[in-house]
Ligand binder design. Structure first.
Ligand code: DQA
Length: 145
């Protein structure tokens, strides 16, 4: 049984209401219930914050355990060296996820401070990206045992 932490950054609490043409019409809480059913043999934890410091504190708290982390840092992806330092500091594998295809959007979304310190990135696959990241992390943690 794996422990997977899904961490969403700023404005992702508005999923379903926020620019639905880009991010879709589903509320994350509803999708999360579906994910928990799909990965019923594992423990999925969820944390969302609009604050950079709170996201860093959460990574510090859980990131030294035998866990996997799925991180959609929202706009902090493109701005936060502090968040990248936190990901580099912790020992848990982190997969970066973006709902939209950031490479097909504004130039300022093309650069990620997080990508080099994550095990991999999934972009543009909508909410499915979270499920794929969870699947990967479960396999990754099982292989490490
Ligand atoms: C996002 C992409 C970011 O550029 C943006 O700031 C977000 C959401 C995504 O999931 O597509 O808040 O991370």
């Amino acid at each position: 049984m794996a422990d997977i932490h899904i961490v969403n950054g700023p404005n992702l609490n508005l999923l379903g209401r926020r620019q639905p043409e880009i991010y879709g019409k589903r509320h994350f809480e509803e999708f999360l219930e579906e994910l928990k059913e799909r990965f019923a043999g594992h423990r999925l934890h969820y944390f969302q914050s609009n604050g950079e410091g709170s996201l860093i504190d959460y990574l510090h708290k859980v990131g030294f355990g035998r866990v996997g982390i799925v991180l959609n840092a929202g706009a902090y992806t493109h701005t936060s060296i502090a968040l990248a330092d936190a990901v580099a500091a912790i020992t848990a594998p982190v997969v970066e996820v973006h709902i939209s295809n950031v490479h097909a959007r504004e130039a300022f979304r093309h650069h990620s401070y997080l990508a080099p310190v994550c095990v991999g990135s999934i972009v543009g696959l909508g909410l499915s990206g979270y499920a794929l990241a969870v699947q990967y992390l479960i396999e990754h943690l099982e292989h490490e045992q």
